[in-house]
Design a protein around this ligand. Sequence first.
Ligand code: 5RP
Length: 219
Amino acid sequence: MTQDEMKKAVALAAIEYVKDVPIIGVGTGSTANFFIDALADMKHLFDGAVASSVASAERLKSHGIPVYDLNAVDSVPVYVDGADEANAELALIKGGGGALTREKIIAAVAEKFICIADKSKLVPILGGFPLPIEVLPMARSHVGRAMVKLEGDPVYREDFVTDNGNIILDVYNLNITNPERLEQEINNITGVVTNGLFAQRPADVLLLGSEQGVETIIA
Ligand code: 5RP
């Protein structure tokens, strides 16, 4: 099975969690794209979606799926999204696609967060994947220096502007043994919009794709 076939398999498995759900939270990235495409086949069964990025909103709309502003819906019963890394507690690193802030907002609202990923994303300790941080442009150097103090190596993501008009610092070489504490610590740095650690609000379910099929992991 190729990586893409694993991504497609977990996306299809996630469909089971959104049957009878009126408003579906939809994430961003190549795995989420497989989920969006799978939703197209059942679009008559739900009212619409809220999207964590402009790119996902456009893809949903291209399938004729209505996209709502998050403020216009009462609740998001289920949110389905990919991840760059996950640990056994289902704490995640997200934001490889730069959509981390909107992803974190929808995850915060969602009653259930289903993470879909291929097996390469499950790791014993988070931090092998550089941690994305969304930063207000004028605070770039300030936040970079603060991350060096936290023993990370920040790299400015060139030629990239988030959907919110901000920049991304990708922080390498963090050995994240306490994800919840680090998430809070980074969010306390002035100028940080949010960081890609999803530990205070981890996933509820991880659907992990491998050659053997789809494994369901619940923290
Ligand atoms: C985007 C994300 C994605 O969920 C993450 O980057 C995983 O992407 P992919 O499914 O393409 O591997 O957080 O901001």
